[in-house]
Design a protein around this ligand. Structure first.
Ligand code: MLT
Length: 259
């Protein structure tokens, strides 16, 4: 299904009935990241899963920032007539969007789940590298990033099939979408103060073998929030929701059951 958000068609799936959960995938992935979780939760929750602008089957715009991604989510909820506050689950870049969504639409947020992500912004050097990579992707295509990311995304026990599937999804993300996301991440604000002031239940999940947003980042977020829960999933890298789907959903369910 598709919704028009500021002139760009955003593709999404909605599955199940019940309290709303919005699932936001990372870079340069797609809503398919959440398939195992949705499969499990759709009997009890309304699972709302967009492909972020420039990813998956959504259209691309040349420029995007965290505010635009967040407002696309708000436009999607409006189009669904979903006015109840939602549990917002953000993976990696989706976590950066979740912080922005809370800053811009706090009344729409019931709780926040931060999966394999961080609250601090890029260092000047990391931002510079991202902008250079954006220019390279526009010249050479998304396979450049897909190959590099695939080497870092997974824990040591991820199967070759899982790696190949996600490499293909990343390589098929349009170069303009990849480049726009890289620039948006380079420009994103610091969310540490947002996290500290986030007066909602917060769950932080991290794969024990995550090398992109490592355990230290999760522990830093955990310490910054007065009442967050931290779940460390063994045997997973940065792709916890698909590497250890059963353990991931169990952690999510423990949190949901306490809301
Ligand atoms: C992601 O998985 O969304 C990105 O790797 C996050 C990042 O590069 O900061």
């Amino acid at each position: 299904m598709r919704v028009d958000a500021d002139g760009v068609e955003i593709d999404y799936e909605v599955d199940g009935e019940g309290e709303p959960i919005v699932f936001l995938h990372g870079f340069p992935l797609s809503g398919r990241l959440w398939d195992p979780a949705v499969q499990d939760l759709r009997g009890e929750f309304r699972c709302i899963v967009p492909d972020l602008r420039g990813h998956g089957r959504s259209e691309t715009s040349a420029r995007v920032d965290m505010a635009r991604y967040a407002d696309d989510v708000a436009a999607l909820l409006d189009s669904l007539g979903e006015t109840r506050p939602a549990v917002v689950v953000g993976h990696s870049m989706g976590g950066y969007v979740a912080f922005e969504f809370f800053r811009r639409h706090p009344q729409r947020v019931r709780a926040v789940v931060l999966v394999d992500t961080r609250a601090v912004p890029d260092s000047p050097e990391a931002a510079r590298v991202r902008r250079e990579t954006a220019a390279s992707v526009l010249r050479e295509g998304s396979a450049l990033v897909a190959g590099e990311m695939e080497r870092r995304l997974f824990g040591i026990s991820a199967s070759p099939e899982l790696r190949a599937r996600w490499r293909e999804i990343m390589a098929s993300t349009p170069p303009a979408g990849v480049a726009a996301a890289l620039r948006a991440m380079a420009d994103r604000p610091d969310s540490m103060s947002t996290l500290a002031a986030l007066d909602r239940p917060v769950l932080i999940v991290v794969g024990a073998e995550d090398s992109i947003t490592p355990l230290g980042e999760a522990q830093r977020m955990y310490r910054a929030h007065p009442s967050a829960t931290l779940e460390v999933i063994s045997g997973a890298g940065h792709m916890t929701p698909v590497e250890r789907p059963t353990a991931f959903v169990a952690a999510l369910r423990r949190f949901l059951s306490r809301l």
